[in-house]
Ligand binder design. Structure first.
Ligand SMILES: *Cc1c(COP(=O)(O)O)cnc(C)c1O
Length: 404
């Protein structure tokens, strides 16, 4: 019981960078990724949030009178911040009970002629039901923007996510698979819309050497510290400090600035991403194998639900998303595991209406299923460093909590 393991595992499976990635060289990152995942051309932006802003701006040009953007009531706070920053209204749709995806009835009731876009979200690498969201959006002429920030490499009916809706976006932020420390990608099957996205980007995001310098230093820091021996310093210690201070939002990094930087990504970072991207498909494949193995182990725990792939989808596995039977037991599990350095954590702390700092950005509404999802879910980072002994320690604690 309570064996201490050396080092600290990350809460998600990020692709480790190598020093060779940092050498100068060619930088066709977008072309490389489009080739690896067999997609139309991708467009690089300075963050997933910035990419979402640019997508919504391009769509706003087509439907300037529409104000509403429907987002899941449990998602990254940056999504609501991005919508609000454009003078649009985030409209919250509750989740299906015990699920990360939209409640279809709630979505149908919410979507109307004032809806600019619906944003189905591939949370934790699981593939959302975009087809259903598209059917509902189409009744009202609304667009669909797939938030695949956490799902680069995931497949829906054998094709990359992000292509079923009108626009898809990926994040290249720290901790999200491939990382430039901050970065984002846009894609669309529609060549006219691709032009509009490129145009919106040109008018919004100029070169800014200060931001680029800062991100370059941050990326070097990430590459240097992304290993169990150094993660206690940059991840574990701040996490434990925030938790000791009773601030879980700070602990998982949920409190974001309300101003969204927009600038071009420099050539050096693009080149780093290009070289690292070559290793991404194999890294994701290994992540799938590990996830399958860990899922099998968790099946032995009655009362525990692991979010899995729907038929005809093949997600990616930055984390395993686990649902406990009730909030008390989820909290008990976290009390035993969160500070153990095993990569156990939470995704986002609250449903969007429950963040004090988002008041004025999202409507104050009761979102019972989203709140329940936030209260019963925990994540296990599916990093390559998670080994049998550590996993057994996690299982042991979960078993004890579930038996209580
Ligand atoms: C991280 C994230 C974003 C924002 O992406 P950034 O690259 O961090 O700006 C949007 N949506 C979801 C679901 C995310 O997890």
């Amino acid at each position: 019981m309570n064996r201490r393991f050396p080092g600290e595992l990350p809460p998600t499976a990020g692709l480790p960078l190598r020093w060779r990635d940092f050498l100068p060289g060619p930088a066709p990152l977008e072309r490389t990724l489009a080739g690896l995942f067999d997609t139309p051309p991708m467009q690089l932006e300075c963050s997933g949030t910035s990419a979402l802003r640019i997508a919504l701006q391009a769509l706003q040009q087509r439907q300037p009178q529409r104000r509403g953007v429907i987002v899941p009531a449990y998602t990254c706070p940056l999504v609501a911040i991005a919508v609000h920053s454009l003078g649009l209204e985030p409209r919250l749709c509750d989740l299906a009970p015990g699920h990360f995806d939209f409640d279809p009835d709630a979505l149908a009731a919410l979507c109307d002629a004032d809806t600019l876009a619906v944003v189905p979200t591939h949370l934790g690498g699981r593939v959302a039901d975009v087809e259903r969201a598209c059917a509902i959006a189409a009744r009202h002429g609304a667009f669909v923007v797939e938030d695949a920030a956490q799902a680069l490499g995931a497949l829906d009916h054998g094709r990359s996510v992000g292509l079923r809706g009108d626009v898809g976006l990926f994040s290249l932020a720290a901790g999200k698979g491939l990382s430039l420390f901050e970065g984002g990608l846009l894609l669309t099957r529609d060549s006219e819309l691709r032009e509009a996205l490129a145009h919106a980007s040109r008018t919004q995001a100029g070169s800014d050497w200060r931001w680029e310098l800062r991100r370059s230093v941050e990326l070097l820091g990430l590459a240097a510290c992304y290993r169990p021996s150094l993660l206690p310093l940059v991840y574990g210690r701040p996490l434990r400090r925030a938790l000791a201070a009773g601030d879980p939002e700070e602990a998982v990094g949920d409190v974001f600035p309300l101003r969204i930087p927009q600038h071009r990504v420099g050539r050096w970072r693009r080149g780093i991403g290009h070289r690292a991207a070559a290793r991404l498909p194999a890294f994701l494949a290994q992540g799938r194998v590990r996830a399958r193995h860990w899922k099998e182990r968790l099946r032995a725990l009655p009362g525990l639900q692991v979010h899995d792939d729907r038929p005809d989808t093949q997600g990616v596995w930055p984390v395993l998303m686990l649902q406990l039977p009730d909030a008390a037991r989820r909290d008990a599990a976290l009390a035993r595991l969160w500070t153990r350095g095993l990569g156990v954590s939470r995704m986002f702390i609250h449903a969007l209406p429950d963040y004090a700092y988002l008041r004025g950005i999202v409507p104050a509404m009761d979102m019972p299923n989203a709140r329940d999802f936030a209260a019963r879910t925990l994540t296990i980072g599916n990093s390559p460093w998670l080994d049998e002994a550590r996993f057994e320690a996690i299982v042991e604690e979960l078993r004890a909590v579930l038996a209580a």
